[in-house]
Write a protein that binds this ligand. Sequence first.
Ligand code: SAM
Length: 276
Amino acid sequence: MNNPTVGAGVNPSELLDRQYRDSKKLEARANLHRRYGRSDGPDWFVWTAQQANLSAGAKVLDIGCGPGWLWGAGKAGFPADLDLTLADFSPGMVEAAVKQATTADYYAHVEGVVADVSHLPFADASFDAVLACHMLYHVPDATVALKELRRVLRPGGIIAVTTNAEGNMAPLYALGAAAFGGAASDPAADIFGLHRAKALMEGLFDDVVMTSVDGDLNVTSAEDLVLALTSFPPGQDADDAAVAHLYELTKAAIAAGGGAIHIPKTQGMVRGLAPR
Ligand SMILES: C[S@@+](CC[C@H](N)C(=O)[O-])C[C@H]1O[C@@H](n2cnc3c(N)ncnc32)[C@H](O)[C@@H]1O
């Protein structure tokens, strides 16, 4: 696959410059879930917080924290008095995440650090828990990153990794492939899907357990779907004609679906413990 933002072909400076300097492109994708997600499902961030099963007062690293939505929207799922280090290789994301977690007015301590998951500026055994949410598909070598996360965890400390399941949101990616070419599947899940995450983590951590949550989107706006599919490659580099083609394909799919495109999704967590 030729996608410079995920896995072995990753180009870190392009990823930072074109996708994650701030949260705008991530926002285009998140909007699809916020606006069109099934309302009776669990809130993703509260579910993530609960599944991580942290202890009160734990010293926690969130690497690839993005704008820190987990610490705002998910706060009801976390125990009291957490000491947070929010880290990302994008300074704009770190700034937004610190603001989000501080505004939540719930955590004992919040600190931001600009850092790359593959070379963390922390001593061995610095944290009781590390979270890496929807970010390990961006790194050139997930095993290197996971070993680095194991290094900074105390023995018996918790690692919680979230990602998309293989086969996630297939109708969305089929539309993208029809307009822009490339694979008709979720590039993140192709590189670091839930089952691959579990297999890699079983070789590095103890008591590894995978959990997942299913959901649905019923997308009624062609504009919102086009915005999401042009927020990452190959759509972010597409010319006007290809984007117009996607718009027409999407409008036709919405009409064929009786006013909405139904998109099933599955994402989840792999949780384990650093060896004692
Ligand atoms: C899809 S977002 C996920 C944000 C957040 N964890 C969430 O689940 O909402 C991926 C984040 O990982 C960050 N990232 C990508 N590669 C990274 C790396 N090598 N080291 C640290 N952060 C990275 C990006 O800047 C971005 O904020």
